[in-house]
Write a protein that binds this ligand. Structure first.
Ligand SMILES: *Cc1c(COP(=O)(O)O)cnc(C)c1O
Length: 405
């Protein structure tokens, strides 16, 4: 077993060796620029990109022409939201999104607010889902886009995408979804799901970093976007810049592997995830974050009350690699805005761990993780005065509220 055990697949996945194999010739022998129309080197590169475009499209039930290659999901999120905002400025300036979106969506929306955009940030209930009635009520004549993620990167909760797209269609509003965590893990089909624009990324599905895609619907309705990168007019004019041919080849291969294997992978990984989750929830005063059913099969987010997530992670960093419900900003450790949006206190958000299992996770690793984490939680609680007070039957709500004030 390789240490530290990697349980942070939501942050990035290791690349599948079969993906690397597919990519290698495109760094050396087949180094051509896919936009070179006058010679075999260019044609070869273009052919490889076309093939990858088919592989990517097939995974999501799209046509190859509807795939725009980007540098990743962050760029795809920016292109989608800013591109719609500019292109549909004549219709309106209102965008509806949700408070638990990835920063690539939230920060893009904040940027548009400075440029005259009006953004509605829908709240979520304590299981992480938006309220569809609230969504529909937020739509007005100026609304040009609904941007709600497919599955959340911290808690794995899957939004009711089909219902959201039905509402969007009914009101003639475009529907964009950041599906970075869902694609390649669960079946996503842009036709069945009624998605108009969708962002995803290579390195979250066992492909390379620095490559991703934006799906842009061509019919019913035909979506148009204002380019955010001007230049040679690559990618149907929506994203100029010489294509990352090896990256795109790898992304395509990774998508094909997911299409063929994700069902079996998900089944196996869910068993391991449930084993881990069940064992950890056996520990006293532990809580699952997010809806238990509407959730990605490889993700679990658990709060261990009276324990600092940071301290937990530090205590086993030699043996395990995973994330807490806190984010390090330049100034301090901030509790996760996603966990806080579910109604968690700062303490509970800080006390959480995010588990992201993956294609290469083994049962041996999960057994090891259960042992390590359980021991660490008991050990840290033994040293915690709060835990001692709790065990002595002190009313912890009164203690915590006086501490906070
Ligand atoms: C990782 C992630 C992104 C950013 O993707 P990059 O390809 O790293 O830019 C965006 N949205 C979600 C939901 C993610 O999980």
């Amino acid at each position: 077993m390789k240490l530290p055990v990697y349980l942070d697949n939501n942050a990035t996945t290791p690349m599948d060796p079969r993906v690397l194999e597919a990519m290698l010739p495109y760094f050396t022998e087949h180094f051509g620029n896919a936009a070179s129309r006058n010679h075999a080197y260019g044609w070869e590169a273009e052919e490889a990109v076309d093939y990858a475009r088919e592989q990517v499209a097939k995974l999501i039930g799209a046509e190859a022409k509807e795939i725009i290659f980007t540098s990743g999901a962050t760029e795809a999120d920016n292109l989608a939201i800013k591109g719609v905002f500019e292109m549909y400025a004549g219709k309106g300036n209102h965008i509806i999104t949700c408070v638990t979106e990835h920063k690539a969506v939230l920060d893009t929306c904040h940027h548009l607010e400075k440029l005259g955009g009006e953004i509605t940030y829908l709240p979520v209930s304590n299981d992480g889902l938006i309220d569809l009635k609230e969504l529909e009520a937020a739509i007005k004549p100026e609304t040009i886009l609904i941007a709600v993620m497919y599955a959340n990167n911290e808690i794995g909760v899957i939004q009711s995408v089909k219902e959201i797209s039905n509402i969007a269609r009914k009101h003639g509003v475009l529907f964009f979804t950041d599906a970075t965590q869902a694609i390649g893990k669960i079946p996503v089909n842009v036709q069945n799901d009624g998605i108009d624009i969708m962002a995803f990324s290579g390195h979250k599905l066992y492909g390379p970093k620095g490559v991703g895609a934006l799906y842009v619907r061509r019919k019913h309705p035909r979506v148009r976007l204002t380019a955010q990168m001007d230049g040679g007019g690559h990618e149907r004019g929506m994203r100029s810049g010489t294509l990352n041919v090896p990256g795109i080849v790898g992304f395509g291969k990774a998508c094909e592997l997911c299409r063929l294997e994700m069902e079996a992978d998900a089944k196996r990984i869910k068993v391991l995830r449930d084993k881990l989750e069940d064992a950890l929830l056996q520990i006293e005063e532990t809580y699952l974050n997010g809806n238990k059913e509407l959730r990605l099969p490889h993700v679990s987010n658990i709060s261990f009350k009276y324990v600092e997530g940071e301290a937990l992670i530090m205590s086993f960093s030699k043996y395990m690699a995973l994330s807490t419900g806190s984010a390090c900003t330049s100034a301090s450790i901030e509790p996760s805005y996603v966990l806080k949006a579910l109604g968690n206190s700062d303490d509970m958000a800080h006390a959480s761990l995010r588990f992201g299992l993956g294609r290469f996770t083994t049962e041996e690793e999960i057994d090891f993780a259960i042992e390590q984490i359980t021991a660490a939680v008991y050990k840290l609680r033994e040293m915690s005065p709060m835990w001692e007070m709790f065990k002595d039957g002190v009313d912890m709500n009164s203690i915590q509220s006086t501490q906070a004030s």
